[in-house]
Design a protein around this ligand. Sequence first.
Ligand SMILES: C[S@@+](CC[C@H](N)C(=O)[O-])C[C@H]1O[C@@H](n2cnc3c(N)ncnc32)[C@H](O)[C@@H]1O
Length: 269
Amino acid sequence: MGRPNWAPDDIDIERPSVARMYDYYLGGSHNFAVDRAAAQAMVTAVPEAPLMAQANRAFLRRAVQFLVDAGVRQFLDIGSGIPTVGNVHEIAQRHAPDSRVVYVDIDPVAVAHSQEILAGNDRTTVVQEDLRHPERILGHPEVRRLLDLDRPVAVLVVAVLHFVAADDRPGELLRTLRDAVAPGSWLVLSQASADGRDDDERAEAEAIYRRTDNPLWLRSRAELTALFDGFELVEPGVVWVPQWRPEFSENTEDAEQSGFIGGVGRSGG
Ligand SMILES: C[S@@+](CC[C@H](N)C(=O)[O-])C[C@H]1O[C@@H](n2cnc3c(N)ncnc32)[C@H](O)[C@@H]1O
């Protein structure tokens, strides 16, 4: 198969990418056979996988809407993914056109496709960087150009922390980000959790993701809550994502089937 024009030359299309697998779960078209095979293996092991991705996206949308309503106009979205429907800048700028959004992702396809859809939008940009190097993100000229870190910023780390190992010290990474932004800034976290899952399902999911560059690091609700250190959680705290400020039409029954926990916090100030 020829390489499609959205695929940068230097990417490995023989190894599944978590960004492209997630795109496949969400019904996107920026994925290769190797990604689809890995995602399908995941669906065999955990049939709810596509619904989990959708529940997480719905949480992201509600959280951004909540932040816009709270007056936030600056967003740093780390691990932003391959753009799909309802991206952060679309939600924020629809309601507050002056909102500024910086997307950050480690994946070249996510960055290339973001560049394409952001062309001509001078309040939005994308940077290829790694959450495990927050100082590089914070010092990046595009971040400095678009965001005023002396004023509150919403830092979004949504469906990414499960790719950050304990050895990479997620608490320290988040503290570096927190210390760099003005008091009154916000943190949105979500990630996959094994709470309530049976051990076989967990082991199969972990084995599938070990074939990618981003093995899975599942965390409990208590562990994710601890990562909000220095932020005050808004109600209802860290919950299964469908339970986080659901809209009228949302089904919150069997919320744990979403497999994702998440919350929103605000730093003192
Ligand atoms: C499951 S997607 C989440 C996309 C989006 N945040 C959402 O919630 O819909 C995870 C994204 O995190 C990116 N990612 C994984 N590890 C990363 C890291 N260390 N730094 C930056 N991005 C990372 C992947 O490339 C992928 O695009």
